[in-house]
Structures are given as structure tokens and as C-alpha cells.
Ligand binder design. Structure first.
Ligand SMILES: *[C@@H]1O[C@H](CO)[C@@H](O)[C@H](O)[C@H]1NC(C)=O
Ligand SMILES: *[C@@H]1O[C@H](CO)[C@@H](O)[C@H](O)[C@H]1NC(C)=O
Length: 166
């Protein structure tokens, strides 16, 4: 039997359920912490070099940013609060006179617990804020680069390196 009072009851139950879901989302969101990544251009050898940085995650492409020696690029985000979703940002680094894009995993939620995650970028890779340096995770030949200067190199570089995330 559908009386006006049953309808009101049903509506208010529905509304309560909706508000509960809404509140849960809001609480989860406001408790989610923010991570800031700092990328510092320390490519000083053999000569101080402008580097171009492009950082990406599965959902975001933060675009190209060129850093002069000593300059810092920073970005921030909220890591996933869902247990089955891992936030991973990787960055590609290029600079004049080198036909390769050099990759680092700049933030991997599964391993990195920093909230201020600071990297020094050097010719050989990156150094984390705790002083630990890692070599480039992968190096990729850039198709668009003037290939006529690098005859025969392309195939071997593509075989030697691959980046699973592009
Ligand atoms: C580095 O970038 C700055 C600013 O864009 C520019 O003035 C300078 O000429 C660049 N240096 C080199 C070596 O390309
Ligand atoms: C590519 O490199 C070759 C050989 O160094 C040069 O002659 C040519 O002008 C370059 N092309 C471009 C588009 O830079």
C-alpha cells in the first residue's frame, strides 16, 4: 500500500543513504594527504644544461617544463586512497645534443612514503632526498630527433631499452 507517509519514509531513507555515501567520500578525500615532488636540475657536467621534463601518470600528463641549471620544477597531487589503485608518476628528461629521453619513476606510492619528495637530476639519473642515487630506469631513442646523425644506432637502442609505461 502506497500512502503519502510511506513515500516520505522511502524518500528519507534514500536521502539518508545518499548522504552517508557522500560523507564517506568527503572524509576519505579530506584525509588524503598531498604529495609534492621537487625536481632540481643538477645536470652540470660536462656543461650546465637546460633540461626538459615531462611527468606523467596513468591519468595525467603534466606537459613539458624546461629547467635551467639550478632551477626547480614542482608539482603536487593526492595519492590514491583506494587500496587497489597505486599512484605512479614517471618523468622523461631530454636535453639538447642528446637524442634520448631518459626516464625515472619519480613517485611510486607502493614504495615512496615521502610527502615532500625531492630529486636532483644529474647526467646519469636521479638522486633522491635521502642521498640515494638511481640510474635512469630506461632510455628511449627519440624518433623525431635528427636520425641522419645517428646511422645504425636506432635498432640497438630500442632493443636495449624499453619503457613499459608509454
Ligand atoms: C637555457 O634556457 C634559457 C631560458 O630559456 C635560455 O636563455 C638559454 O639560452 C638556454 N641555454 C642553452 C644552452 O640552451
Ligand atoms: C640533420 O643532420 C644532418 C647531418 O648532420 C644535417 O646535414 C641536417 O641539416 C640535419 N637536419 C635537420 C633538420 O636538422
Amino acid at each position: 500500500m502506497t500512502t503519502p507517509s510511506t513515500i516520505i519514509l522511502k524518500c528519507s531513507i534514500l536521502l539518508t543513504v545518499l548522504l552517508a555515501f557522500e560523507a564517506r567520500e568527503t572524509i576519505a578525500y579530506s584525509f588524503g594527504y598531498r604529495v609534492t615532488v621537487f625536481i632540481y636540475n643538477k645536470v652540470l657536467t660536462p656543461t650546465p644544461t637546460n633540461i626538459t621534463v615531462r611527468c606523467k601518470s596513468k591519468d595525467d600528463n603534466l606537459g613539458d617544463h624546461t629547467l635551467m641549471p639550478g632551477e626547480t620544477y614542482e608539482f603536487s597531487f593526492k595519492p590514491s586512497h583506494l587500496p587497489f589503485k597505486n599512484t605512479l608518476f614517471f618523468c622523461g628528461f631530454t636535453w639538447p645534443g642528446n637524442p634520448h629521453r631518459h626516464y625515472l619513476d619519480i613517485y611510486d606510492q607502493a614504495h615512496d612514503h615521502c610527502k615532500q619528495c625531492s630529486w636532483d637530476i644529474i647526467l646519469e639519473g636521479g638522486c633522491f632526498y635521502d642521498g640515494k642515487c638511481v640510474p635512469w630506469k630506461s632510455i628511449e631513442f627519440m624518433e623525431a630527433y635528427n636520425t641522419s646523425k645517428w646511422p645504425g644506432k636506432k635498432g640497438s637502442h630500442e632493443l636495449a631499452y624499453g619503457h613499459p609505461l608509454t
